[in-house]
Design a protein around this ligand. Structure first.
Ligand code: ADP
Ligand code: 5GP
Length: 205
C-alpha cells in the first residue's frame, strides 16, 4: 500500500476552513483529518476527540516536552499541536491526512516532512470574513477583534502556499479542493484503488 500524503490547510479565522473540511471528508474517501490538541475552550458544538483534543496547559506542556507533537504553535493566545503518532499511523494506512494548522505549523511540517500539499483559503472580502465570524456566534467581541487583526497578517503569507482557494461558496471551494486532491493523487501515480474520489480518472499524460 502506498503511503498517504499530507495536505495542509491554513486560513484566517472565520474564512470557512472547518466547514469546507467537513464537506470534503463526506465526499472523498481515503482522507483523514488530524485532530489537533489545543488549550482553548471548546466553542459551539465542538466535541472532544472529534474537533480537537481539549487539554489543559499542563498536559499540553507535558506532551510538547516529550516530543509528542509533530509541530506546535501559539495562535490567538492559545496553544495548538499536531500529534506525531496519530498522523504517522494515518499515513502508514495509506490515508491522505488533512492538517488544519496555521502558518507557523506549516513551516515546521515542511522542514520535517518534505513536500506536503499546502493550501491557503481566503475569504472573498474582509467584510464577509467579519460577517462570518459574527454570524458563527461562538466568540466574544474581543476574540473576534483579535482573530480579524491576525487574519490580515496571515493573508500576507498566502504566497508561501502551493494553492490559493477563495471560499466564496462552499460548493465551489469543495470542488476546487477535490481537484487539488485528485491532482496530487495522480502525480504520485497511486493505484486505481487509491483513487477513491468519485471523480473521473485523470487523463493519461
Ligand atoms: P474557520 O474554521 O475558518 O474559522 P468556519 O468553518 O467555522 O471557519 O466558518 C465560519 C462561519 O462562516 C460559519 O458560521 C460557517 O457556517 C460560515 N461559512 C463558511 N463558509 C461559508 C461560505 N462559503 N458562505 C457563507 N458562510 C460560510
Ligand atoms: P480555531 O481556534 O479557530 O479552531 O483555530 C485557530 C487557529 O489555530 C487556526 O489558524 C488553525 O488553523 C490553527 N490550528 C489549529 N490546530 C493547530 C495545530 O495543531 N497546529 C497549529 N500550528 N495551528 C493549529
Amino acid at each position: 500500500m502506498s503511503k498517504g500524503s499530507i495536505f495542509i490547510i491554513s486560513a484566517p479565522s472565520g474564512t470557512g476552513k472547518t466547514t469546507i473540511l467537513k464537506e470534503i471528508m463526506l465526499f472523498a474517501p481515503n482522507l483523514a483529518f488530524s485532530v489537533s490538541h489545543t488549550t482553548r475552550e471548546p466553542r459551539g458544538r465542538e466535541q472532544n476527540g472529534i474537533d480537537y483534543h481539549f487539554v489543559n496547559i499542563k498536559e499540553f506542556t507535558r506532551m510538547r516536552d516529550k516530543g509528542e507533537f509533530l509541530e506546535w504553535a501559539r495562535v490567538h493566545d492559545n496553544f495548538y499541536g499536531t500529534s506525531r503518532t496519530a498522523v504517522e499511523k494515518q499515513l502508514a494506512q495509506g490515508l491522505d491526512v488533512f492538517l488544519d494548522i496555521d502558518i507557523q505549523g506549516m513551516k515546521q511540517i515542511k522542514k520535517q516532512l518534505g513536500a506536503p500539499v499546502t493550501i491557503f483559503i481566503a475569504p472573498p472580502s474582509w467584510e464577509e470574513q467579519e460577517r462570518r465570524l459574527r454570524q458563527r456566534g461562538t466568540d466574544s467581541p474581543e476574540t473576534i477583534a483579535l482573530r480579524l487583526a491576525n487574519g490580515r497578517r496571515e493573508m500576507a503569507f498566502a504566497d508561501l502556499y502551493d494553492y490559493l482557494l477563495i471560499n466564496d461558496t462552499v460548493d465551489q471551494a469543495v470542488e476546487m479542493l477535490r481537484a487539488i486532491i485528485l491532482a496530487r493523487r495522480s502525480r504520485t501515480r497511486r493505484s486505481a484503488a487509491g483513487l477513491a474520489l468519485d471523480l473521473p480518472a485523470a487523463d493519461p499524460v
